[in-house]
Design a protein around this ligand. Sequence first.
Ligand code: MTE
Length: 314
Amino acid sequence: MSKSPLPSELTPESTWLSRRQLLAGIAGGGLTLGASWPASAADQPTGKRLTFGAAPRYSTTEQANTWEEVTTYNNFYEFGTDKADPARRAGSLRVSPWEVRIGGEAEVTGNFALEDVLKGQALEERIYRLRCVEAWSMVIPWVGFPLASLIKRFKPTSRAKYVRFTTLADPAQMPGLRSPVLDWPYVEGLRMDEAMHPLTLMAVGLYGRALPNQNGAPLRLVVPWKYGFKSIKSIVAIDFTERRPKTSWELAAPREYGFFANVNPDVDHPRWSQARERRIGAGSFWSRQATLPFNGYANEVAGLYRGMDLKRYF
Ligand code: MTE
């Protein structure tokens, strides 16, 4: 478990160095954080500023993708299947007021206002790699808190073996629901030990600002060692279950998307290789880098799967 940040660690601004800032620093003859570079209007972080602590032990030192890349190249099928659709169309999502229903095998259940869910949670910044099953990746400075500290508050019983998460499904706000591309609402799940792992994050922001709608406002999961589709957006329900939940992607294509979905360069998707990935914004369109087991988090999480055949449980 991570400790709460000391007041001296609290910082309203961030430790990240976006590629734009890095380039600006190089162009100016030194690495100066915040040096100006003629950025496009779309590359200025916007939205409510958050206050958070730093969590360097959980953060990669790789360069973060730019705000523009992180907020305009998205998968959020409730707003369409094109990468540009969420940024264009997610303005119709109303994120306040927001309620989260807690249900299933837990002592404390019911409907909770988002403010209540967040009460007492110390926010911290964690710079994580996100590896999409489509073989591209980004580095994103999230702001959030460990899912474990939320789960403890609701006191799951000994029968709770899994956690199921559900996204809002309101056709009035989400034009993508008209398409049957997935079985709505979007559902994801974790085994309890995965959910309790200190790397598993409930995100409420990125780049020091409240989450933009297209990135899953106001509350989303981030599981950095799994393919991006496990990181479910705009969560309205969290249920503790005895049986393994069926996830939307498993229901859509069970041979292609498993429940575990751990990033694994040795287990190909039936239609393409998972050995390499394209880092968005880095190099040419054709540059690829090697994909790492568990997306580079093997030291922290491989133990969760000891003795499991990861080719079978993909
Ligand atoms: N959550 C919901 N509700 N709907 C989605 O379509 N797409 C997933 C995941 N969470 C998705 C979702 C996929 S495939 C990825 S790669 C990540 O969100 C992308 O997160 P980002 O757009 O913030 O980078």
